[in-house]
Ligand binder design. Sequence first.
Ligand code: ZN
Length: 282
Amino acid sequence: MGIRLVNAAGRAGLDVDGRLVDLESSSGGRFGADVMDAIADWDALCDWASGLDADAGDGTIDESTFGPPVTRSQKVFGVGLNYRGHAAEAGLDIPKEPLIFTKFPSCLAGPRADVVLTSERVDYEVELVAVIGRSGRNIDEGRAIDHVAGYCVGQDISDRALQFAGKPPQFSMGKSADTYGPIGPAVVSLDAFDDPNDLPLWCEVSGERLQEDRTNDLIFPVPELVAYLSRYCTLEPGDLIFTGTPAGVGAVRDPRRYLQPGDEITSGIDGIGILQNRCVES
Ligand code: ZN
């Protein structure tokens, strides 16, 4: 059945059938109020949560209070061109190795946060985000999933004007402005899904559905990404992998569809939930 870790008004909690269980108070201090500590102690948290009563919970979940369920990642990786449809719409070849870029962790924002637009060419990218729960280096692909605590929904907001200001393109700044990494609404453990490798994901902007695909279309699935990244970097609990976006981004639509002040971005993955982010002027 799995667990759903949330950041409710700055405190680590579990969403148990729509009721909030505050980790620190419900566990008598066994777990603290910091979501990062909960992720670093993931196996113990899952064990403890499996013993919760069906009617556990201190109150009704209020997602309007939610912050990002991962707050201080050491590393936030992005993956370019990881869906065939997106590579095709960009007019680029299917990559032979994962194309990795970084999002600075300071861009992380909550599932209801406003996105502060930095230019007139800011784009949306709904993505599955893998949350590392167990550290490792040179992780074998066959055991890579053991290092993943769970999944959340992410938006890899991208300032295309900044990204493509020169040649070659520079991804890091264009994808790292404050608020350009909404994640949430929960970190959902993998045992919550019938098939964690085949999840429907979609994105709507102001009610218009612009992206829709399934994660089984990933060119490099999560275990391959974990194995690949850990060849070079020691992965730590709370590290995030934005696994790439499906077709339908604004920069390659005809006509182009960039985010405007007042737009509402709704991003969803079945079994995890949705992000609702309003675009505002800087
Ligand atoms: Zn992306």
